[in-house]
Design a binder for this molecule. Structure first.
Ligand SMILES: Nc1ncnc2c1ncn2[C@@H]1O[C@H](COP(=O)(O)OP(=O)(O)OP(=O)(O)O)[C@@H](O)[C@H]1O
Length: 413
């Protein structure tokens, strides 16, 4: 198509020149005819009479025609030579043009080959980066525990000795606790989020990731996970890093029963189904989200339903575990590689000592259910820590649901 379009003007020019040549030849032919007829008139067939012959044509005109014929011949020759020269130039240019087109095609072929090589190299690099990044996280520990100290409570009984240790001072006794990282009371939401970012990146790479907030009532779990509009927590800050084609579901776990918080009847109880290594909740609403606004409106709906479910069951929202799960599907446009991971963000119910809170009736039932599930969670972590052959995931609905996020190469913060 490129060749045809580029040749067109040249072909038109050649045609034009050929036409001119034909016209000139016709003119020349006509002039010859004229000369011939004039010459014929000069030699009459009848013998001349004795009277002085009268010339048929004016000699000056004859000379003029002869001069014109000569001039025509000269310009004809010149035109022919110009046309030949032009044709030669055009041929030359066409040759160069075809040469360039040929070279361009070759360059394009080489560029395509090079792009393919680079693409395959990039694909290898991506796989290698993922694997190295995963190894790095595994070296740091697939389960990492952070401690965030709260401002008002921390000053009296907590002391942050270094980045990985806090000392709890109680009745003059000092007890040391080690963590993967300790956030001082002055640490910000951004600081805490930055700490969780490596595992969030891992989710984008296709791993199951879980971020759990554990602590006693009022210690700042919801603040750390959800935060406020002005100062959002881990949940909200992580969306931009994982937002692709994702499916969001929100579950509440109250008294060891599961509630779908994205449905019109959030207080209806759901069951867990196990198929091989997969753990699912049949009937759980999954909403496709593409933008941050989508996520925020779905989260708002979940919060509202959590309150409705809580009110119907006469509980406070903090008496249930909240589990936000985001299935992340990703594909790299350059390498063509796809990945699928799940990010589970868990705001656990507050842990309290029943004897201390003197709970009774419904509160006692709630507290017992919370403590049972948190104890089960502790047992699971204990078993994982010592690489036990049996991990008691099925001791509570909370741990059963978290099984895919706590086993295999999943990452937990
Ligand atoms: N690091 C912090 N900086 C400022 N305010 C905080 C911080 N942590 C918690 N708060 C505030 O303390 C109050 C209780 O926190 P939050 O609701 O997050 O606790 P919680 O552990 O989720 O409690 P519950 O178990 O009852 O759900 C909230 O008003 C919250 O804004």
């Amino acid at each position: 198509c490129l060749e045809k379009s580029s040749c067109k003007p040249l072909q038109v020019e050649i045609k034009h020149l050929n036409q001119k040549l034909a016209e000139l030849e016709a003119d020349q032919q006509e002039a010859r005819e004229k000369i011939r007829s004039l010459l014929n008139r000069r030699t009459p067939a009848v013998p001349p009479d004795k009277t002085t012959p009268k010339p048929a044509v004016d000699p000056s005109q004859l000379r003029k025609v002869s001069r014109l014929t000569r001039e025509l011949n000269i310009s004809n020759k010149q035109l022919r030579s110009t046309a030949h020269q032009a044709l030669a130039d055009i041929k030359n240019q066409l040759g160069q043009f075809y040469d360039t087109v040929g070279k361009l095609a070759q360059v394009e072929q080489e560029a395509t080959k090079e792009t393919e090589e680079l693409r395959s190299l990039y694909r290898k690099e991506v796989v290698e980066r993922k694997s190295l990044y995963n190894k790095l996280l595994e070296l740091q520990g697939n389960i990492r525990v952070f401690c965030r100290c709260r401002k008002s409570l921390a000053s009296s009984c907590l002391e942050k000795t270094d980045d990985q240790e806090v000392v709890v001072i109680q009745k003059g006794n000092r007890k040391k606790f080690q963590f993967d990282k300790v956030y001082s009371p002055s640490s910000t939401q951004e600081d805490v989020f930055t700490g969780t970012l490596p595992v969030i990146t891992s989710c984008v790479d296709g791993y199951n990731v879980c971020i759990l907030a554990y602590g006693q009532t009022g210690s700042g779990k919801t603040y750390t996970m959800m935060g406020s509009k002005e100062n959002p927590g881990v949940n909200i800050r992580s969306w931009p890093f994982i937002l692709r084609w994702s499916y969001l579901s929100i579950l509440g776990i109250y008294n060891d029963t599961l509630n779908d918080l994205l449905t019109k009847s959030p207080s209806a109880s759901l069951d867990i189904r196990v198929q091989g290594k997969a753990v699912s909740v049949p009937g759980l609403t999954q909403v496709q989200v593409q933008t941050e606004t989508d996520i925020l409106s779905v989260m708002e709906m979940g919060e509202k339903n959590r309150k409705i479910a809580s009110t119907k069951m006469n509980i406070q929202s903090s008496r249930s575990h909240l589990m936000v799960a985001l299935e992340v599907e990703g594909s790299d446009e350059v390498s063509g590689l796809t990945s699928r991971g799940t990010l589970t963000l868990c705001d656990l119910a507050g842990s309290e000592r029943i004897s201390k809170t003197e709970a009774e009736g419904q509160r006692l039932v709630e507290a017992a259910a919370i403590n049972k599930s948190l104890t089960a969670l502790g047992q699971v972590f204990g078993a994982l820590k010592c690489n036990a052959l049996h991990i008691p995931f099925r001791n509570s609905k909370l741990t059963h649901l978290l099984q895919p996020c706590l086993s295999g190469d999943a990452k937990v913060n």
